[in-house]
Design a protein around this ligand. Structure first.
Ligand SMILES: *Cc1c(COP(=O)(O)O)cnc(C)c1O
Length: 716
């Protein structure tokens, strides 16, 4: 079969045969030289495949391969990249093996319903998935032994198209496993690995794929195979698709199937990490193993508690999965006896006072996992309040939910121009040292002109990207001339550009900016100091309220009164995000506080010197210091949402009119906005070392993974 790699390896000249290994390891995606290598190989293919090296190697002409195999320039880069890859794969010199040499044999196992590694593998819907992908990459960079488990959704998350009337349409492009960097998981004697999971009276067989992320492995379960009945094969076809029953079946597969997969692969983790409650059933499967090995349920529970971490991401009660008891009954009535529990004892594990008829997955995870965390300081406080009823004997501040603030994987989100600037002025090895605070003090030494120039370059790239995208959409016939008006083709590279891109969930209040259209028009059409806005984002296909919000944004953008100064980029994904967080001037976020658990897109912007203008929620409540951006924080607190919206909107207009716009347009004789550049530098200095994935994974390691690993060793 072609996806065994034979087609590619058969055509690669010996001298460059490791191109295949490089293409199949997402390591290339966050190493600039590796990306340059594929660009050099064939720039046209690089672009037409949307940066997918596996597809490139399948499509490339053998003559071109022969040519580069004797091109000294290409070979020099090739050798350097292969040496760098090998160094990272034999990772003894990295942080974790140096610090914990006795804990390198067995991994941390990480479970998540979504993973955002790269555009070519669309297994994510938003921040949760991108965070999981970034976590895998950083685990590799730090040398942390790490395996992750998730799903291969054949249809991934949907692609978005906007009708002329502003309505979101979803399409699911056909996914060709042969053309992306995934392979069947290795299994004894090269057989395919199939893992059975019982779903009520049927057995579903999961085919297992493997993705290489540096030295970390991601295993993806896939029900779309010939061993399953046709209606079972759709079980893993979509991310968060279907009804409650589909969802519980997916979560049984993720939790129970996920544990069986790592057992089949012979992986014996030292610690387990649940990224959100979707995988919480895994604690039950581990309990079953222990009970069937002779332990009591209480002993099993203690052991699981000591070695398992649960990260909650959702600060609103409605965001947590609650399954009706009849579904639990249907899928678990044969299961609870195997745990030594009766029905009541079992249902008690998922009990929460607000859900009288349902089994709450977060409650299950919080009860069974002895280590728990929220994803920002504020979210920690909210979570302790929200879940206090699980610990009735404790004060709110004593509820055992800690926090680790989210971060971003710096090599994945840095722009080319900012990277070159930091390399020149901070240190040639700044990437390796990016969580070192003292390094970032040197940002003050970077000449203002250089930072401003690097930024202008990235802004220009964003504008070109948007223009080319509209041209293509128009040519394909998927955009009317009228839609071109709001596609970004008319944006002015010199005007102050504000970016807003995220899921269209109602709490994110994408339309807050339109609260007072007269004030907004004043900003857009100021003759000397115009402001323009770029929006992007998807609404969940089943969320009509989200789609209506998007439509409101789209109508406003398309209105000739906006004069092309409000743009909407369709089909937001990691690639669009990269352009935006590197190329706008200001990053806007207007959530209803405290509904943004952390948020990470603003961290990506700050990394590239783009200040945040945001409600003091999530990470920004910790990140804002008065000089590194702006806080939308009206003095008054409202009990009614409409009142709060009005006050937040007024605070936003005030900030734009009185502070942001004047500072941006205040130029010296060299046309450099000195005051603005000062804010940019302060954004970089304060955000990068603190809100990076490196700080985050180190914190997870020291607070949770290492103590769990030590307990595992003690107990065995
Ligand atoms: C970073 C990122 C997110 C997360 O952004 P928020 O700040 O949480 O809204 C969502 N989607 C994509 C594609 C991203 O790259």
């Amino acid at each position: 079969m072609s996806f065994e790699g034979t087609t590619i390896s058969g055509k690669l000249p010996r001298r460059i045969r490791r191109l295949e290994e490089l293409a199949y390891n997402f390591w290339w995606s966050w190493h600039r030289e590796a990306r340059d290598l594929f660009k050099m190989l064939d720039y046209t293919l690089w672009r037409t495949t949307s940066h997918n090296p596996v597809q490139m190697l399948l499509e490339i002409e053998p003559e071109r391969l022969a040519e580069v195999a004797s091109d000294p320039l290409f070979l020099r880069l090739y050798d350097a990249v292969v040496i760098a890859l090998d160094a990272d794969l034999t990772n003894g010199h990295l942080w974790f093996p140096r610090k914990y040499p006795d804990l390198t044999d067995r991994p941390v196992a990480y479970f998540s319903a979504e993973f955002g590694l790269h555009r070519s593998l669309p297994l994510y819907s938003g921040g949760l998935g991108v965070l999981a992908g970034d976590h895998c990459k950083e685990a590799s960079d730090l040398g942390l032994p790490f395996v992750a488990v998730g799903f291969l959704y054949e249809m991934g998350y949907f692609r978005q198209r906007i009708t002329p009337d502003g309505w979101q349409e979803a399409s699911y492009p056909h996914f060709e496993p042969q053309e992306v960097a995934i392979r069947l998981a290795p299994c004894g004697e090269d057989r395919m690995l199939f893992v059975p999971v019982q779903l009520n009276d049927q057995t579903v067989h999961l085919k297992v794929w493997q993705v290489q992320v540096g030295h970390a492995h991601l295993y993806l379960m896939d029900a779309d195979n010939e061993r399953n009945a046709p209606w079972e094969r759709e079980l893993t076809s979509r991310l968060y698709g279907g009804d409650q029953e589909m969802r519980i079946r997916q979560e049984i597969v993720l939790g129970i199937g996920g544990i069986r997969v790592i057992r089949e692969l012979g992986i014996d983790p030292l610690a387990y990490h649940l990224n959100e409650g979707h995988s919480a059933f895994l604690v039950l499967e581990r309990a079953r193993e222990l009970v069937e090995a002779g332990h009591s349920f209480a002993e099993a529970r203690e052991q699981i508690g000591a070695t398992t971490l649960f990260t909650t991401h959702t600060p609103v009660p409605a965001g947590h999965d609650v399954f009706h008891y009849h579904l639990i009954e249907k899928y678990f009535q044969d299961y609870w006896p195997r745990l030594g529990l009766n029905r009541e004892e079992f249902l008690e594990l998922g009990h929460h006072e607000n859900d009288r008829h349902g089994f709450n997955m977060t409650a299950l995870a919080l009860r069974m996992c002895g280590r728990r965390n929220a994803v920002s300081d504020l979210h920690g406080r909210v979570s302790r309040r929200m879940w206090q009823s699980l610990w009735p004997e404790r004060e709110e501040h004593e509820v055992p939910i800690d926090h680790v603030t989210n971060g971003i994987h710096v090599p994945s989100w840095i722009g080319g121009a900012t990277h070159r600037l930091y390399r020149k002025h901070l240190s040639p090895d700044w990437i390796e040292r990016h969580d070192d605070r003292t390094l970032w003090e040197r940002i003050l030494d970077v000449p203002d002109e250089s930072l401003w120039e690097a930024h202008a370059h990235l802004k220009e790239k964003l504008m070109t990207f948007m223009r080319e995208r509209s041209r293509r959409r128009r040519m394909e016939g998927s955009m009317t001339p009228e839609q071109v008006l709001c596609s970004g083709a008319f944006l002015d590279p010199d005007a102050l550009t504000v970016g807003f891109a995220r899921r269209f969930a109602t709490y994110k209040r994408a339309t807050l900016l339109f609260h007072d259209m007269e004030r907004l028009k004043g900003l857009l059409h100021d003759r000397y100091r115009p402001v323009q806005f770029i929006f992007a984002g998807k609404a969940h296909p089943a969320d009509d309220a989200g789609k209506r919000l998007l439509q409101h944004v789209y109508h406003t953008a398309k209105d000739p009164a906006a004069g092309g100064r409000i743009a909407f980029i369709d089909d937001y994904d990691m690639q669009v995000a990269r352009y935006l967080v590197q190329g706008v001037d200001v990053w806007l976020n207007t959530p209803i506080r405290p509904h943004e658990a952390s948020g990470t897109s603003g961290q990506k912007a700050a990394l590239n010197g783009i200040p945040n203008l945001s409600v003091l929620d999530g990470w920004w409540a910790e990140g804002y210091n008065g000089a590194n951006g702006w806080a939308i924080a009206p003095g008054e607190e409202y009990t009614q949402q409409a009142g709060q919206d009005g006050a937040d909107a007024r605070a936003l207009y005030d900030l734009l009119e009185l502070e942001v716009v004047p500072l941006f347009y205040e130029r010296d004789a060299d046309d450099v906005p000195r005051g603005w550049v000062r804010v940019m530098k302060e954004a970089i200095r304060t955000a990068v070392p603190t809100f990076c994935m490196r700080r985050m994974v180190k914190e997870y390691t020291e607070k949770f993974y290492v103590p769990s690993a030590r307990r595992t060793e003690e107990m065995e």
